[in-house]
Design a protein around this ligand. Structure first.
Ligand code: FAD
Length: 489
């Protein structure tokens, strides 16, 4: 299987990554990207080592592949798939949202349901199968951009002034589709192998030119990644910013300057209904978000551990009020973890025999995520107090003869060295207060869609209200002003 070194070598491929008004020469060497690239490379090394139990025999390619890309066809396979996702998540403590297992999981479900992509004129179903086999064979790191750019939410793309703000078809040739426009927001786009582009927001009949699904190598002519400001290069040291310096995944608006999409890379061509079906009739949305909840659980466990340690260091952990806050944090983490396991327990095989995690617990936890994540962060913020600012300006203060003695004497705790205390509180700041931390708040609120979509569409529709209301109606029908049914006076 692919090693981290092999992944890094492929990145110097002429891709167009735009930062500070310039194209980046080689992302693998650029300070904005090199540290998170190293983290992704470590993930590949973990998977490549058989001792880590992340490999399985794939029927699709007749050989070994990474479990995080597998199609789960039994409860045991679903469990081992989760364990593999967890193995990767533990390495980043859940701070890399779009590691290769995220989009790879969507393709596993797509490939289990090639019929959803069937087209009378072209072999899109075959395209999806073959693409999935490439993911398995080559350990592909695919990112995605599946949301129209935030231009105006008052209408969909056809209503926007100016042609092709959202990526759409401008021409069709014998070789493929020519597309122009943009799509948000490819996390990992600048450092991945390939980008998957489609639209998960519902489109109307006038938007048909924008109803596409395709994948391209990051280094495709006319394809550009316009990156947000990176946080890692601004950091003073790994000690001061332990998360930013390892896990700063780039986010990018993806721009298409009349890009050719060869036919063998097209999965959906101008079909608004197929856009919905690819996510919801294949089980991809549930399986992909279950991967995301596995990662989130790991991250919340990490945050809870940090909070607990803060109270130990500050000597507040015997105070009942503090224990109550730690209890609330534990309740948040446990309920997300329980929903993850409940989704596994209630998974059902679909028409293709793929195990789809139970949607009620899955979307239940996701519906509350816009409250639970900020609440968890707020509890840590509360417990840390001003300790995150009663800190030296950087490691130089800890080493300089002018400041080291004061730092060592005053920024410490009983039985905790100055270095250990500063290390902990710098980590807390990278969780609650740095730019990286702010981006993560936004990420956890929006990565699966805006909260009004997650609650109002996914959670509401998948709860199973009809069955609950039917039970309620049956009970209500059992009595009236004349007494219980059958026992009337
Ligand atoms: C850090 C980060 C990383 C991301 N990574 C990716 C990625 O890798 N790939 C990808 O495809 N996308 C990614 N996204 C994009 C993400 O999918 C979108 O942010 C999300 O779908 C919400 O869309 P939006 O941001 O345009 O918000 P909008 O849809 O514009 O909504 C913003 C707010 O406006 C209000 N609002 C808008 N419309 C309505 C309405 N109809 N009813 C009620 N209220 C409304 C709500 O308050 C809502 O929260 C990422 C986002 C973030 C923040």
């Amino acid at each position: 299987m692919r090693t981290g070194e092999e992944y890094i070598k492929t990145l110097n491929d002429g891709r167009t990554v735009l930062l500070d008004g310039q194209a980046v020469d080689n992302v693998a060497e650029h300070p904005a990207f090199r540290s998170v690239i190293r983290t992704i490379a470590e993930l590949f090394d973990i998977a490549a080592d058989p001792a880590n139990g992340m490999q399985y025999h794939s029927e699709e390619i007749g050989g070994p592949a990474n479990l995080v890309f597998s199609i789960p066809r039994s409860p045991e396979q679903l469990r081992s798939r989760r364990a593999a996702v967890e193995r990767w998540a533990k390495h980043t403590h859940g701070w890399v949202g779009r590691s290769p297992d995220h989009v790879g999981t969507f393709f596993a479900a797509f490939a289990a349901h090639p019929e959803v992509f069937e087209n009378p004129e072209r072999d899109f179903a075959g395209n999806i199968r073959r693409y999935y086999e490439r993911i398995l064979r080559e350990d592909l790191y695919v990112s995605y951009a599946i949301i129209p750019p935030q231009y105006s939410r008052a209408t969909t793309a056809s209503g926007w002034e100016g042609d092709f703000i959202q990526v759409g078809v401008v021409d069709e040739t014998e070789e493929g589709l020519i597309v122009r426009g943009s799509q948000m927001l490819a996390t990992g786009g600048a450092i991945c192998d390939e980008v998957f582009v489609t639209c998960i927001k519902p489109l109307g009949p006038d938007d048909v030119d924008f109803a596409l699904s395709f994948a391209l190598p990051a280094a495709t002519k006319g394809l550009k990644f316009l990156c947000r400001r990176p946080y890692a290069p601004e950091t003073s040291s790994e000690f001061d910013y332990p998360l930013t310096t390892r896990y700063d995944e780039p986010d990018a608006l993806v721009i298409f300057d009349d890009v050719l999409i060869p036919w063998d890379r097209v999965f959906i061509d101008r079909d608004t209904d197929a856009l919905r079906r690819q996510f919801f009739d294949t089980g991809a949305h549930a399986l992909g978000n279950w991967q995301a909840q596995t990662r989130l659980t790991t991250k919340l466990q990490f945050i809870a551990a940090v909070a607990r340690k803060v109270t130990q260091v500050n000597g507040t952990d015997r105070i009942p009020g503090v224990q109550e806050k730690l209890g609330e944090l534990a309740a948040i983490v446990s309920s997300v973890e329980s929903a993850l396991l409940a989704a596994e327990y209630t998974a059902e095989a679909d028409s293709a025999g793929m195990l789809v995690p139970g949607k009620r617990p899955l979307y239940g936890a996701m519906g509350l995520q816009s409250e639970t994540y900020p609440r968890a962060i707020n509890i840590l913020r509360d417990l840390a107090g001003g300790g995150v600012l009663q800190l030296p300006s950087g490691i130089a203060d800890m080493k300089s003869p002018t400041t080291a003695a004061d730092v060592e004497r005053y920024i410490a705790s009983p039985h905790v060295s100055s270095e250990d205390r500063i290390k902990l509180f710098r980590l807390v700041w990278d969780i609650i207060g740095s730019e990286f931390a702010g981006r993560h708040q936004q990420y956890e609120l929006f990565y699966a869609g805006a909260p009004f979509v997650v609650k109002g569409v996914y959670t509401y529709r998948n709860y199973g209200y009809d069955a609950q209301v039917a039970e309620l109606d049956e009970w209500l029908a059992g009595y009236s002003v004349d007494g219980r049914t059958g026992e009337e006076d």
